[in-house]
Design a protein around this ligand. Sequence first.
Ligand code: GLA
Length: 673
Amino acid sequence: MTTPAWPRLDGIAYGGDYNPEQWPREVWDEDVRLMREAGVTMVSIGIFSWGLLEVREGEFDFAWLDDIIALLHANGIAVDLGTPTASPPAWFFAQYPDARAVTKDGVPLGFGARGMVSHSAPEYRTAIDRIAGALAERYGDHPAVVLWHIHNEYGVPVGEDFSPHSVRAWRRWLQDKYGSIAGLNAAWGTAFWGQHYEEWDHVGAPAIAPSTINPAQKLDWARFTDEMLRECFRIEKAAIRAHASQPITTNFMANQHHGVDLWAWADEVDIVSDDHYLWAADVEGEIGLAIAADLSRSVGDGKPWILMEHSTSAVNWQPRNVAKRPGEMARNSLSHFGRGADGILFFQWRAGRSGAEKFHSAMLPHAGTESRVFREVVDLGGKLGRLAEVQGSRVEADVAVLWDFESFWAQDLEWRPSEDVSHDERIRAFYERLWRDDITVDFALPGHDLSRYRLVVVPSQYLLTARDAANLTAYVAQGGTLVVSFFSAVVDENDAVHPGGYGAVLAEALGVRVEEHLPLREGHVTGIRVDDQVFAADVWQEDLVVTTADVRATYTAGPAEGRPAVTRNVHGEGVGWYISTRPDADGLRAIMREVYADAGVDVPATPAGVETIVRRGTDADYLIAINHDTREVSLTASGTDLLTQADVRDTLVLAGGDVAVVRLAHTAPRGDR
Ligand code: GLA
């Protein structure tokens, strides 16, 4: 059986999670009628339906699912069929109480929410194999089913599991990894605090302990947790593949949950899909959205991906759930689309009356069709319907920002030099600079072939292996521009400090040595001088020893006053920059202007608050422009606006809050946007 690269669908997929089982049969007819009105082309069903599909162990009731799939098919709406394994039924836990996940403090999780299961429990693994296989056997060749949606958001609400099943699997996993207990002792540095082991059975999970637990043990635990989830995914995938050839996905949570390594997961799925929700507390949520979208595209090696869930308006699970304002849903959707999403879906089609998510927005809100949200949903369906020709086109970036889940896991452990240092915060700061400069970014791993990028940004990558550091050094030697933020390259894969000291593995590329970290007190704002300008800087300083680098900024205050803060090093054909503090936004802008000049990266003259992205097709390039500002702006472009069919001659005028997708009259030469 060959698996198609994309669901059998025309154009950009549009739709959402649909839970017909929560509604009486007569509502279904209204649902499909309104879906057609809204231009819905695909819905995800069955994601939380296990208890209604396998009513007792091994006893299936597919009648209602047969009916709804037939109804959708008759109305030309394709199905993304979920396997319901994120939420096993009540009978399962009654029968297998030991298959519940256990918290760190030893409490087995209770029923009544979702996701309480131990992913290591053999009974769970047998059960997911059975239900996924039964669904695939029944619907594997159904013409309506164009995609399989395994599980839901692996890693939440349950990732870590301290149950006996999990601890047994953990010991097996460690034996496979290390081969000998001596290997484990060496990797974990167990000579420290008397943690030496002689027996595998003595190795426990990092549950509650009197003080901070061995960080190498915790890092392995994060890897193990991720791997257990992936093993479950593979069981389901194999069960489906035995009967079905449609592409298979599972919905990620790029940039909202760091517990699973999306680079590894992307290798397992046929199509990357992602769920993204704005953080109400973030007043510029469109930047976080762009990060998530670029990460989704990047982990899938640039291939088109599906935005599996986002919201039409407010969610229900944040402290304050802020509703989207007119036009915001379309801007969000077009930004995902511009960044490579060829499917725009929502949680959920119809707002639920009961249950914990009844205050979550939907395509069809509680207010019904006479509502702004529904009108905008219909309008968006129309817009996406006009973008079919863009499907399959690609985004090309000249700049990569490193994103390594292993480094997240390691840096998030306890007893670090300063709790004010955050990998996430540095990624956002650098990305935000690039976003404001309207420069399109890919994310990458430090071990990737980076030669296609003019510039690579390393935002506080605490864990960097010697091998990956060598890759970055070679990238510079061969002509790349590298910019490295403080607290990078500190430890190896076992959370052990690199021989030679902090950053030693990048010393050649950067031309500096870090003698000592100088974390600052909370609220202590110091300064750096860049040429004749002084900028604020906080959180961190370092005692830097310059070997071959030039000093580009010095500290004006604080423990390292008068000493180098920012350096630039020519290494081979390229340049390595090092920023040993957290400059404010203006300081980072000033430094990055110089970095761009080294890298040959042009800053387009895009008005503030506007983002533009180019998708490149085989026959044409497409400019996606989104105006987050309330003022009208003008951009330089020529072609046809696919949303309005208007001719664009030299100038694209975008009203406040508006979006445009222009088929460009001229195609830029490849690799030279
Ligand atoms: C997640 C889940 C959905 C739903 C939404 C609500 O993304 O996958 O089932 O709970 O959140 O925002």
